[in-house]
Design a protein around this ligand. Structure first.
Ligand SMILES: Cc1cc2nc3c(=O)[nH]c(=O)nc-3n(C[C@H](O)[C@H](O)[C@H](O)COP(=O)(O)OP(=O)(O)OC[C@H]3O[C@@H](n4cnc5c(N)ncnc54)[C@H](O)[C@@H]3O)c2cc1C
Length: 429
């Protein structure tokens, strides 16, 4: 397993405690084994348990160790790809179905949060896609037109209104999507886990899947210090699957390009400053080529993110860029310091859409959310639960063979080095 630098992640500092879990020991039988304790696996576990199906999650590390405990917390509707492009890739029928189900994704998330009383800083006031330059404004106008013709409550705000709602300088407009919102992502993952356990699912942490063997029509999984036997297996390891070797379906990870993304969170800001930044508490990101994001948390910390990995060589460059960016975007910010910083791996696919694979008989996986996994992971987790219980049309995306991307490592290295170079120069002048 690859080692990672331990970094101070804000979400770990402010999330309610995880439900009590332990590693798997001994032998266990269940109906459905789920590999990976992020939004996808936990949503699958919750929905299976609610259907009365015996489900067990095995998580190599801790609940939300992967993208689910590291992301920005923007609960977006739909994918990052523009709706018309999605239809061009998938065709009208399949495309419209996916758009419909993912468009309703935030509603599913906020319903689960309310139903299970999850304390996860949930705010549903929309998100702001901030336009950089005239070109960026054209881009969000295209998105507005494409979503509006499908009845979605999105609107382009002119520069002045975008300035008031974001508190930030320099943007040419913003697309407000009222379906969306923000959450504390690790708190949401832990909330899903708690709800799944309450409904009857079992979750084992520090329990990596090590090997898998087909015995008749069952799968026997070696995991941590135990074994798990199940008829169905759901693989929900997404961009973190590459960290664990030795499984027969590891080929899946060869198709994902890893896009690194970091965040820096300030100390709680003074009230007079915090009231001006995102006063209605939307989360924001921009149309820039090297994208940046900003949002507030419940304690008035400002969280800034962009592309890049916080390895020992790059951390200083990204930190200086984050500080310069905040001073340029919010000239009234005054003194601040960064109290938390962390990074994560985003799993990208060649067509920017998720992929669904039957990796082996009764082994199904979904991955490649392309940076949009909170609502889609929750939706696909529920769909996987319905699929393994016999609903053949539950998954809103056709299953495809794995297509290894020979350029994935080159692209990942390019993202890392390119972002570092851009951040070294950017916003200095
Ligand atoms: C920095 C960052 C910012 C992002 N921002 C947003 C955002 O604002 N909005 C949004 O919608 N999405 C965002 N995303 C994407 C989103 O976080 C992911 O798409 C989502 O978390 C994927 O959930 P998952 O459950 O499929 O996978 P993960 O949460 O990555 O979970 C996979 C789990 O599998 C475990 N695992 C791996 N191998 C094994 C094994 N062999 N045995 C057992 N367990 C194993 C890992 O430890 C991990 O916990 C962001 C992602 C990152 C990294």
């Amino acid at each position: 397993m690859a080692t990672e630098r331990p970094l101070p992640n804000l979400w770990h500092a402010t999330a309610p405690a995880a439900p009590g879990t332990a590693p798997l020991t001994g032998e266990l039988r269940c109906d459905v084994a789920i590999i990976g304790g992020g939004f996808t696996g936990l949503s699958a576990a919750l929905h299976l348990a609610e259907m009365g199906v015996k489900a067990a999650v095995i998580e190599a590390r801790t609940i939300g160790h992967g993208g689910s405990g590291r992301n920005v917390g923007l609960v977006n509707a739909g994918m990052w790809v523009k709706p018309d492009d999605l239809i061009a890739t998938l065709g009208a029928e399949a495309g419209n179905r996916l758009l419909h189900e993912l468009g309703a994704g935030p509603s599913l998330v906020y319903e689960l949060v309310a139903k299970h009383a999850m304390a996860c800083e949930a705010v549903r006031n929309g998100t702001l896609h901030m336009a950089v330059s005239a070109e960026g404004l054209n881009e969000i106008r295209e998105r507005e037109a494409q979503w509006q013709k499908r009845g979605a409550p999105v609107e382009v705000l002119p520069a002045e209104k975008a300035h008031v709602l974001s508190g930030a300088e320099g943007f040419t407009g913003a697309l407000l999507d009222r379906r969306a919102g923000t959450i504390q992502p690790l708190a949401y993952a832990r909330g899903l886990a708690r709800a799944a356990i309450a409904a009857g699912a079992e979750i084992f942490t520090d329990t990596p899947l090590l090997a898998a063997e087909r015995k008749g029509d069952l799968w026997k999984l070696e995991a941590g210090r135990g074994t798990l036997t199940a008829r169905h297996v759901i693989v929900a390891t997404n961009a973190y699957g590459a960290m664990v070797n030795g499984t027969p379906w590891k080929a899946q990870t060869r198709e994902l390009t890893i896009l690194p993304f970091f965040q820096f969170a300030t100390n709680p800001l003074a009230d007079r400053v915090a009231e001006r930044i995102l006063p209605e508490r939307q989360g924001a990101w921009d149309t820039g080529l090297v994208m940046t994001s900003f949002r507030m948390d419940q304690e008035n910390r400002l969280i800034f993110g962009s592309i890049g990995r916080l390895d020992a060589m790059a951390e200083g460059t990204h930190r200086a860029f984050a500080a310069r960016s905040l001073r340029k975007l919010f000239p009234y910010i005054g003194d601040f310091r960064f109290e938390y910083w962390w990074d994560g791996r985003i799993g990208m696919t060649t067509n920017n859409l998720p992929v669904v694979h039957e990796l082996a008989p009764n082994v199904i996986s979904v991955s490649g959310y392309n940076g949009r996994g909170i609502a889609p992971g929750t939706v696909f987790g529920r769909a996987l639960a319905r699929h393994v219980t016999g609903d053949g049309s539950a998954i809103p995306l056709a299953q495809t063979p794995i297509t290894a991307d020979p350029w994935r490592n080159v692209k990942s290295a390019f993202y890392h080095a390119g972002a570092q170079a851009k951040h070294f120069i950017d916003r200095r002048f």
